[in-house]
Write a protein that binds this ligand. Structure first.
Ligand code: ADP
Ligand code: MG
Length: 316
């Protein structure tokens, strides 16, 4: 006769988790590295960085709560990023995807960017397949909808945007454990959009506002960009760039860091032309990487004109 209960269990259950080391979770997931790198790579953006740290902490805590049996539902992770063009929204969305992926909230470290044109068709019956196609591409990762408010055109009674909105809302609700949607655009237009589309507002867990950069931040951003490309400013060029920033910032269609990137691209073109025209014999690394005052002062901004702007210049 055997008495099953008399024998001690020789294969004990794994010990039930009773505590989670949050700092270690943050480090092991790679999220601490992403946050540290973001601190280094992005100039300024203090409030944005602060919000990202808070959201990351919340997500780590939420995972820990799930493991200890305190939470069951997937938290809502959809977000809105508001701010003027060139304030870093797209850049931060990429980092956000890495954070969400590091913590296991999405399967893929992957962002699909879409605007109204990618989601809404021109003819009847075209919108649903277009929207679904984009959703399929983004599934498992992040869908970043730039200038989301263009989806809603109340002045046009039979606008197909409405169809895309309805599909998006449904997926944001039903598939929120497999897709994070980030809506981006100008703050005031986004406010109006949310007011007319409360379904979006109620599905968004985190709103992050991206402030415009000050002159000194723009200068530091430009320097950082040049440094990344192995260029540098001569002392005279530094003065010229500071003046350029003050003038350019006051002009229409100013797009923060994006305008600076465009200005630096043009400065590099002028530098190359200058080197070709003036170099006698071989040129050294220093000559090839120095941006001089003339490369900056040739901009139309100094003669009271507008600098050339690519069409995306006034996109948020
Ligand atoms: N704080 C920052 N520091 C360094 N570079 C920045 C910063 N913000 C934006 N940039 C750069 O400026 C450009 C435009 O940024 P982006 O994220 O596309 O802005 P947005 O999506 O808000 O229009 C990118 O090349 C980005 O790397
Ligand atoms: Mg953008």
């Amino acid at each position: 006769m055997t008495d099953e209960t008399a024998l001690p269990d020789t294969s004990p259950e794994p010990p039930r988790e009773t505590a989670v080391d949050l700092r270690r979770e943050m480090a092991d997931s790679g999220v601490q590295d992403i946050l540290d790198q973001l601190d280094r790579d992005l100039i300024g953006l203090k409030p944005v960085k602060q919000r990202l740290r808070e959201i990351a902490a919340l997500l780590v805590v939420e995972k820990a709560r799930q493991r200890l049996g305190l939470a069951h539902d997937t938290p809502t992770l959809h977000m809105s990023f508001t701010g003027n063009p060139g304030t870093g929204k797209t850049t931060v969305a990429m980092r956000m995807a890495s954070i969400l992926h590091g913590l296991g909230y999405i399967r893929r470290d992957h962002v699909v960017t879409a605007t109204r044109d990618d989601l809404v068709g021109q003819y009847i019956g075209h919108t649903a397949p277009k929207t679904k196609e984009i959703l399929k591409k983004a599934m498992g990762g992040v869908l970043f909808i730039d200038e989301a408010y263009y989806l809603y055109r109340p002045e046009n009674e039979r606008d197909y945007g409405q169809e895309a909105i309805e599909i998006l809302l449904q997926v944001m609700e039903n598939q929120r454990d497999d897709l994070v949607v980030i809506l981006a655009g100008y703050g005031d237009r986004m406010d109006k959009f949310f007011a007319s589309n409360p379904g979006f507002r109620s599905r968004i867990a985190h709103h992050i506002d991206f402030p415009d950069y000050g002159e000194e931040e723009l200068f530091a951003i430009a320097r950082h960009m040049l440094d990344d490309m192995n260029y540098h400013l001569t002392p005279a060029a530094e003065t010229a760039l500071a003046e350029y920033i003050a003038l350019r910032r006051a002009q229409p269609h100013f797009a923060n860091a994006r305008s600076l990137r465009n200005a630096l691209d043009r400065a590099r073109l002028r530098q190359a032309k200058r080197i070709f025209e003036t170099a006698q014999g071989p040129v050294d690394a220093d000559a090839l990487s120095a941006i001089d005052a003339a490369d900056i002062r040739a901009s139309r901004v100094f003669s009271g004109g507008l600098d050339a702007q690519p069409s995306s210049g006034d996109r948020p």
